[in-house]
Design a protein around this ligand. Structure first.
Ligand SMILES: Cc1cc2nc3c(=O)[nH]c(=O)nc-3n(C[C@H](O)[C@H](O)[C@H](O)COP(=O)(O)OP(=O)(O)OC[C@H]3O[C@@H](n4cnc5c(N)ncnc54)[C@H](O)[C@@H]3O)c2cc1C
Length: 592
């Protein structure tokens, strides 16, 4: 089977976990109502399932072909991209003054999940174009916006994000690409970038590169970086395509997964320097790039949700078909479908509930971004922006870790067939791997969460988040539904583990930063488990309250609390006690 959009699950997460109806009632989205949102999501789901998903396998086997600086994508891909952009999917959240639809981020989050579920390799180029639109709209001059935004919004041109260089990966401040003032307001860019997603391709005539570079008089580190727009083709005065700029793809990488996505080495300045246009102020490029990266980080989290969903669908379908062994409660004379075996059910439920928790976190993050952009007053907007910035590293790292775990379990459910390429389970496993690495590795997300996000406003935003989680636990206790078993107790424990680990980190961050950093990744996991568990419980309670069929939501919340979030106590211990096991451990890491 290929992917089928899980419209009911998506609708339930939007409505009950992310509480979209309350936002609509408060007038956050003007005239837009839930029915409109359901209809748009359903159409996106149809497109993802019918047009994109069938192309995922050919992208994996064909890869991308590089010839003399040009890249050819897999058969059918460029036609699918054209259909996708003509249907308006590139423009969902883009500003109406530049041809966009100005729709909510949370709606686009659901669409983004589905594009990536259908094919990550296909969707990660457009994802970066959307992020580029945000950065140009927020920081670009009017002239640059007039020249480029309409075509980026329509998807007629695509964008790239160019940070990475051989010596500058996580350490962006080490980049060496140079920018020289040309004296006419433009700049000349020289240098090399590596690993650039959709750096060259045949989807669009022009490609607009968003490039970090350093001016000769720039201070060192990230404070000396500027942000440039560097088009593949320069524009003539009437906006039509002119001369080829001095930037080219040198090669494409051969890699573990996402074979259909061209990952390029880019060379700037063979003939003296590519013409670049400054976005924002000189030396202040990192804040512009952060606009782009933050949007892309949530999108990569949704990529994780999409791949995990697809892997779960495949595994459930296979487990219903594959017959092995006998099951105690079924006819002993016949072999049972493996879905009857408790251990297989455990794997499937782990896959399903981790996916749903990650989805809930990503949608909640998207709604916080919407409130940050559209909230009724300054205070509401500022608080929502802080919430979004707290949740973004969790949405990115937790969801992509989930994708790796779930796709691995997906192979396990298939047994030996999972290891064989024809089932597609192996491709999902390979495709998922990158999501924990790009857009800032998950280790860097954890460092960001602990060192930058927790201390915001002296910890008051993280404490507000903890109080929200506690209110879910109280609601569970009050509801006291026997079908939820120990859910309230398990989640209560998880939330208090998170609270203690948070206090410990805030108390030690300044004086023992190494000790705090040693626990950053387990802390992010703990944050994801407590938050995801509470969102699933909130979803189940809300479904019940509205008299809808709550059976699946209750099982999901209970399983997640009892089998997954229950590891919170161990993670807390690692955060508060584990540093000594990490720092000063050279002896164990010395090779014999
Ligand atoms: C397929 C693919 C597509 C990509 N697309 C793009 C793109 O479009 N644009 C772009 O600019 N880049 C892109 N990248 C690059 C990607 O963002 C980087 O690979 C990533 O940021 C990690 O950098 P690195 O590979 O140099 O690893 P390193 O920075 O060398 O990291 C290696 C390990 O050390 C850890 N580490 C490093 N520094 C720290 C620290 N300070 N604290 C804790 N841990 C640390 C990391 O978490 C990681 O586990 C892509 C990469 C790939 C493979």
């Amino acid at each position: 089977m290929t992917y089928r959009a899980p419209l009911a699950d998506i609708a339930s997460a939007l409505k009950h976990a992310a509480t979209l109806p309350a936002a609509i009632e408060r007038g956050l989205f003007g005239e837009l109502d839930l029915e409109d949102i359901d209809a748009i999501v359903a159409e996106a789901g149809r497109f993802a399932g019918e047009v994109i998903a069938p192309l995922n396998r050919i992208g994996d086997t064909y890869g991308t072909r590089f010839n003399d600086g040009s890249v050819t994508t897999a058969p059918g891909w460029k036609e699918a991209y054209r259909a996708w952009r003509l249907a308006g999917w590139n423009a969902v959240t883009a500003p109406p003054e530049w041809g966009g639809q100005g729709l909510p981020q949370i709606l686009n989050a659901a669409c983004t999940e589905m594009w990536h579920a259908a094919s990550v390799a296909f969707a990660n180029g457009p994802m970066l174009t959307m992020a580029a639109i945000d950065a140009l709209n927020a920081h670009g001059s009017e002239a640059l916006k007039r020249a480029y935004l309409n075509k980026l919004v329509s998807g007629e041109w695509m964008g790239t994000m160019q940070l990475t260089e051989p010596q500058a990966g996580s350490d962006v401040g080490a980049l060496r690409t140079r920018a020289e003032r040309a004296g006419d307001g433009t700049y000349r860019i020289t240098g090399q970038k590596i690993f650039i997603t959709f750096g060259e391709h045949d989807f669009t005539e022009n490609i607009i590169h968003f490039v970090l570079a350093r001016l000769p008089d720039a201070p060192s580190g990230t404070r000396g970086i500027s942000f440039f727009l560097v088009p593949k083709f320069l524009l003539q005065s009437d906006g039509s395509l002119g001369a080829r700029n001095d930037v080219r793809a040198h090669s494409v990488e051969h890699k573990l997964g996402i074979h259909g996505s061209p990952t390029c080495t880019m060379v700037f300045g063979d003939a003296g320097g590519a013409i670049g246009f400054l976005i924002g102020e000189e030396h202040a490029g990192m804040s512009c790039m952060f606009t782009m990266m933050n949007r892309a980080r949530l999108a990569v989290g949704l990529q994780g949700v999409g791949i995990a969903e697809c892997a779960t669908q495949k595994a459930v379908a296979y487990a219903r078909e594959r017959r092995q062994g006998r099951a105690a409660e079924l006819d002993p004379s016949q072999s049972a479908a493996i879905i009857a075996h408790p251990d297989v059910r455990r794997m499937l439920l782990t896959m399903r509930t981790l996916t749903q928790a990650a989805r809930a976190i990503c949608y909640a993050t998207a709604l916080a971004i919407d409130r940050g952009e559209r909230g009724s007053d300054d205070k509401v907007r500022r608080q929502a922006q802080a919430q979004a910035s707290l949740l973004t590293p969790v949405a990115k790292a937790f969801s992509t870790d989930v994708a790796n775990e779930v796709t691995s379990l997906g192979i396990q459910v298939h047994g030996g067939m999972g290891y064989i390429e024809e089932t597609g389970a192996a491709q999902l496993f390979r495709d998922a791997r990158i999501a924990a690495i790009y857009e800032g590795t998950n280790g860097i997300q954890a460092v960001d969460l602990v060192t930058r996000k927790l201390p915001l406003a002296k910890g008051s935003f993280v404490n507000a988040h903890l109080n929200e989680l506690r209110s879910v636990v109280r609601a569970l206790e009050a509801d006291n539904d026997p079908s939820l078993g120990w859910t309230a107790v398990r989640l209560g424990d998880a939330v208090e583990s998170l609270a203690r680990a948070t206090s410990w980190l805030l108390a030690h961050l300044d004086n023992e930063p190494e000790a705090a950093l040693a626990g950053a990744t387990p802390y992010l996991r703990l944050f994801g488990l407590a938050t995801g568990g509470c969102l699933l419980a909130k979803q189940a309670l809300s479904v019940k309250r509205l008299g809808e069929d709550a059976a699946a939501a209750l099982v999901t919340a209970r399983f997640f609390a009892g089998h997954v979030a229950v590891s919170a106590g161990g993670l807390e211990r690692i955060v508060v006690e584990g540093a000594a096991g990490v720092i000063g451990t050279d002896a164990a890491l010395t090779m014999a």
